[in-house]
Design a protein around this ligand. Sequence first.
Ligand code: HEM
Length: 415
Amino acid sequence: MQAEGLQGQEIIGALMTPAGRGDPYALYAAARKLGPVFGGADLGMYVCTGHDEVNAVLRSPEFGKFEREQIIEGWQESLVEGGSVDTISRSILDANPPDHRRVRSLISSAFTPRRIAGLEPAITRVADQLLDELERRGSRGEPVDFMEYVAFRLPVTVICELLGVPEEDRARFRPLAHDLTVALELIDDLAKLAPADAAALELRAYFEKLTAQRRAQPADDLVSALVQVNSADDGRLSDVELIVNLTLLLVAGFETTTNLLGNGLELALKRPAVKKGLAGGGIPVEDFVEEVLRYDSPVQLTMRVALTDEARIGGQRLKRGEQVLLLIGAANRDPARYPDPESFDPLRPDSAPLSFGGGIHYCLGQGLARLEAQIAFSRLFQRFPEIRAVAEPVRSDRLVLRGYERLEVVLREGE
Ligand code: HEM
């Protein structure tokens, strides 16, 4: 996309078009020319492209999420109760302290490094079963869709096992999550939120039923553990908080990881040396995953708002309520932080991308997502070292959650 010389408003406008969503990186490069931070009152927000600036805002207590009153005021009668914006804005993803701290601490015990490391054998078993299925479908050289058979199924299986969502209910979640996550995009037309609202309401009904079942008959899973806290009725977890955070965990837990798997496979298939390095062990899979996260982050941006009049970005002072767009995808390619940022180099030292955010909202599932991707890629390339793409992969028309809809592969040479 022709992006050089564009100004702030034009860049933001272009990011909201199909072409901009398809390749936001040219627009980020144009944005970077305007500075690591630009915008202000004239643009209706500040925009950060610099790695240090994005990182600092994420970690600063002077910045946070929109307060509930701001959301109600901003959306007015368009805010659907129990709909997508309402659900996400009541979850920990959009909460500020002290509510954020209270609820996050209840969920985070399920995601400690020890708990996650303990899931390795189970994740490996699921990954191997999915690769068996991929092989069955592609055994005679038929093209198979990696997104459908592996990238979606691995994370959905893992998060549903953790939550305690029965197997027969899982297939329904792909379209529901896909619809609901539209609410995380930069929206220019409220009508686009109708399917997202419908998905949120359906998930709410689903989790109301599941939590009632677990209340009557607890099991050894995260839903039961949270239901138990909620049943204590001591102000630690309200009924609404229980439902919206289960919905968040489900949705945040797989759409993003699905995209990490798809983005990573596409990058490796376009680079024979990388594919060979992964199959032969010359490239450590952990380093490959970090570089995929940096180079084509499954989450491209997030927003913050100044919580006080003391909020600063660099030398710039903001007023309470002013908004900041944090372009994670641009920060991950900031030449001030990464030498030769536009090249994909899994052996790059000290990558530490901002793809999982930072500060108090640092992704709760980052350890799980990393582990799933490491296991999936190491099993995939060891088993199918000749795997190749058969068609141009099809991108989802999304900016914030960046990934592929379809990625068809053939598993062996000569097939
Ligand atoms: C590659 C996969 C993933 C990516 C790139 C990703 C990215 C992110 C980012 C950027 C944030 C912070 C957003 C912000 O600061 O506004 C976040 C938060 C969060 N993520 Fe992830 N995520 C991934 C996988 C997961 C998984 C597997 C789970 C759950 C099992 C998960 C659960 C969460 C939750 C609950 C939050 C909110 C945390 C809070 O606000 O305190 N994520 N994620």
